[in-house]
Every structure is written in structure tokens, then in C-alpha cells.
Write a protein that binds this ligand. Structure first.
Ligand SMILES: [Zn+2]
Length: 184
């Protein structure tokens, strides 16, 4: 049910009723509700976002965090960042609830900004960069229980799949953020 705004008194009411319940202005003069503006806390750096979002942060992700800071441009807002593992061999079948060594995990940083979803893993021997726009996302799903406090989130995109193991308490929040940033 969409809401409309009365041009006379400003009250929001259902587009299905004939007139504004407050002042009687006919519904055809009302205007549709403006699309929701995304209002998330903005962080000034990836490290600051990690400090606020990621309580079990990996201490050995320093090089990945540095690489992630370079990836973010000054015109995008950082909404979420967390150190995490990623399945290097992502799969499209049912999402597993236990860690599988065949999935060959790496450790890096997962970031949501106003423009992109990204995962960066950098070590002395290896670099992995995954970057998607919100319009690339086809679907997301998650599964509970794996490590004591981490659980997998799978982001299925048009040409790739990203599986990251985030703090269990963040799965719902992150999924909700992706959903609303997709619809913007
Ligand atoms: Zn009215």
C-alpha cells in the first residue's frame, strides 16, 4: 500500500482512500511519498568503520585494510566494514553451515559504501579484489552457525558470487542495507 501526501495539510494517507482524512482534499491532488533517503552512519575511513562495526576484528588484516582504504574514493560514503574470511571457491548450491576446507578461505575486509560492495584481501603473496555495484546484486542469502560467532553471507551477483563470514549479529543488518541500497 503506497502512501500519498496531502498537498493542503501535509498528512500522509493511503492512495486507496478517496480523500485526505484530515481535510478532505481529493486523493487525485495528492503526491506519492518520496523514495526513502538512505540514512546510515557514515564513517570517515575503513578502519573507523571496522572499529565500530567489527568487535572481533582480525589483527592480521592490516595490509587488507590499507588496500581497502585506497580502493574507496572520496565521493563515496562508507556505511559498513568488517574484517572477515571469504570462500575463495564460492559455490551456488545450498549455503553450507560448516566451514569446508575445500572452499579455500582467505582473510580480508568486507565493505559497504554508497557506491559499491567490496572485498579486499592482501597479503605478502596474494591480492584478491572483488567489487560489485548494488545493481549487480541478484540475491543474498545467509546461514546460521559455523564458527562460534561468524556465519556465511552469500551475495549472488550477475557474474560472480561472494561468500563472506560475518559476525552473526551483523547478518540481518548487512542484508537489510544491501536490499535498501539496491532499491535506491
Ligand atoms: Zn489534508
Amino acid at each position: 500500500m503506497a502512501l500519498v501526501k496531502c498537498p493542503d495539510c501535509g498528512k500522509m494517507f493511503s492512495e486507496r482512500i478517496a480523500a485526505c482524512p484530515d481535510c478532505g482534499c481529493p486523493v487525485e491532488f495528492a503526491t506519492k511519498e518520496e523514495p526513502k533517503v538512505v540514512k546510515y552512519r557514515k564513517y570517515s575511513s575503513v578502519q573507523e568503520a571496522i572499529n565500530f562495526c567489527d568487535f572481533s576484528q582480525f589483527k592480521f588484516a592490516k595490509k587488507s585494510i590499507e588496500a581497502a582504504e585506497e580502493l574507496i574514493t572520496s565521493d563515496e560514503d562508507i556505511y559498513y566494514a568488517s574484517t572477515c574470511m571469504m570462500a575463495n571457491n564460492p559455490y551456488s548450491g545450498p549455503l553450507k553451515t560448516s566451514m569446508d576446507l575445500k572452499d579455500n578461505n582467505s582473510t580480508g575486509v568486507f565493505i559497504l559504501t554508497s557506491k559499491q560492495i567490496s572485498y579486499v584481501s592482501k597479503s605478502f603473496s596474494d591480492s584478491i579484489y572483488k567489487q560489485f555495484t548494488y545493481s549487480d546484486v541478484v540475491s543474498t542469502d545467509s546461514a546460521s552457525g559455523m564458527l562460534p560467532n561468524r556465519a556465511p553471507l552469500r551475495i549472488t551477483c550477475k557474474n560472480d558470487i561472494l561468500i563472506v563470514y560475518l559476525d552473526k549479529d551483523d547478518l540481518q543488518k548487512v542484508t537489510g542495507m544491501i536490499t535498501s541500497l539496491r532499491s535506491n
